[in-house]
Write a protein that binds this ligand. Structure first.
Ligand SMILES: Cc1ncc(COP(=O)(O)O)c(C=O)c1O
Length: 427
């Protein structure tokens, strides 16, 4: 008798062999609750990786809002609808007053695609500066600027990447002011490079967490001079809040506010619907006015009444459960505990992060800072075997990426750190 195909084999048959799958031994998850995930054998995992279930997996308030609205009405944004407008009003109130309009979409990629279209349409220019080693999504225009996966020869003339400061490797005795000057000089060089090939600047697009780049802690005021140069060249600042938004940094609702910048356009996604496909573009009203008067933009699913009810429920939970304050206090505790672990294990070269987003950089030698890429892979897999889920980022794939749902507590942090301690001791 033929043995039945495993779920993995069935997956290969229908999704192909290259659809990304986490861990050497893939996880078959069947249920989630708060910061916990459960596999098909009933084993429990601490989720210290996923930012989409922002207020916790299957949060009852979000599930209830979704179910109630799904049972009442689900249309789209081309009818008058109280739920959609009330949500837009509440969300926009969290921004600088200059950012007064929102366009709803379904994914972060779509949000960045639309932001690029708005920037290009409103400036009349094509050039986009993005960060080296950035990820912004999977549509054709966004993939072009996503320097993480798109090699230089495929980027085309309208993309110019610039490096972001790496606090662990690149300070070289420079002051914060000198680093901001260096960043501004790189922006200037990118604009010059565009001009040399007849391209004018439409905008500077950056992830406010610089997440794929390795979560560098950039100095205060880092963006100030660069943004002025962008504006003087006729371009716009586009802040991608897909990872840094919705209070991830604890101190502020938005990563750009934590960086001390007011963008012209903001994109958001992942945590916005706590797993429901909801994303958006918030922009200056004059930009939205110009763009929408010149192009007929509408989105069938983006911001429909069910999505709006879910989005509202996420904002309500963030406020009721004081999750930004939790990110600040628990976040500081996680950093403190990871720094203590760094004293014990030489492989941890650097620990950094803000709010509920942490990076621990693994090196084979603290002096040369040689990346411990192979070891980092082993650590991630060993953590998974011990029931704690994290991932890795950075140019050398040697940085532990720890970004749990926002209700992560000190007890969860203790489990995360003691498991990591155990894994590092047996490496
Ligand atoms: C910073 C950033 N922007 C945009 C995206 C794309 O979002 P989505 O996968 O929802 O299209 C991602 C996804 O990982 C991201 O991390």
């Amino acid at each position: 008798m033929m043995s039945p195909l495993s779920l993995l084999e069935r997956r290969f048959r229908v999704l192909g062999r290259h659809s990304p799958l986490f861990y050497e031994r893939p996880l078959h998850l069947v249920r989630g609750e708060g910061v916990w995930l459960f596999d098909a054998d009933g084993k429990r995992y601490l989720d210290a990786y996923n930012n989409v279930p922002h207020v916790g997996h299957c949060h009852p308030h979000v599930v209830e809002a979704l179910s109630r609205q799904a049972a009442t009405l689900n249309t789209h944004t081309r009818y008058l609808d109280e739920t959609i407008i009330a949500y837009a009003e509440r969300l926009l109130a969290t921004f600088d007053p200059s950012l007064a309009n929102i366009l709803f979409v379904c994914t972060g990629s779509e949000a960045n695609e639309l932001a690029i279209r708005i920037a290009r349409e409103c400036t009349g220019h094509m050039g986009i500066i993005s960060t080296a080693f950035a990820y912004h999504g999977n549509t054709a225009a966004v993939y072009e600027i996503s320097t993480l996966f798109n090699p230089p020869e495929k980027r085309g003339p309208n993309v110019q990447p610039i490096p972001v400061f790496d606090p662990y490797r690149d300070r070289n005795g420079r002051t914060d002011e000198q680093l901001s000057d260096a960043y501004a000089a790189d922006v200037r060089k990118a604009i010059d490079a565009f001009e040399a090939r007849g391209v004018k600047l439409a905008g500077l697009l950056l992830c406010t967490a610089f997440s794929s780049e390795g979560l560098p802690t950039v100095p205060k005021g880092y963006l100030g001079k660069a943004v002025k140069i962008v504006h003087d060249a006729g371009g716009l600042l586009i802040a991608d809040e897909v990872q840094g938004g919705f209070g991830r940094f604890g101190s502020h609702m938005w990563g750009h506010a934590a960086l001390g910048a007011i963008p012209d356009i903001v994109t958001m996604g992942k945590p916005m619907g706590n797993g429901h496909p909801l994303a958006g573009v918030v922009a200056r009203a004059d930009l939205v006015e110009k763009f929408t008067s010149q192009t007929m933009y509408f989105n069938t699913f983006g911001g429909n009444p069910v999505s709006a009810a879910v989005g509202m429920a996420v904002l309500e939970v963030l406020e009721r459960e004081q999750l930004l304050a939790n990110a600040t206090t628990v976040g500081a505790y996680v950093i403190e505990r990871l720094k203590a672990l760094q004293q014990k294990h030489n492989i941890i070269g650097d620990v950094r992060g803000q709010g509920m987003f942490f990076a621990a950089e693994m090196v084979t030698d603290r002096k040369s800072k040689a990346p411990a890429s192979a070891e980092t892979k082993r650590i991630i897999n060993a953590m998974r075997e011990r029931g704690v889920l994290i991932s890795r980022i950075g140019i050398h794939d040697n940085i532990l990426k720890i970004r749990p749902p926002m209700p992560f507590s000190k007890e969860h942090a203790d489990l995360l750190v003691s498991t990591l301690d155990d894994v590092l001791a047996r490496l």
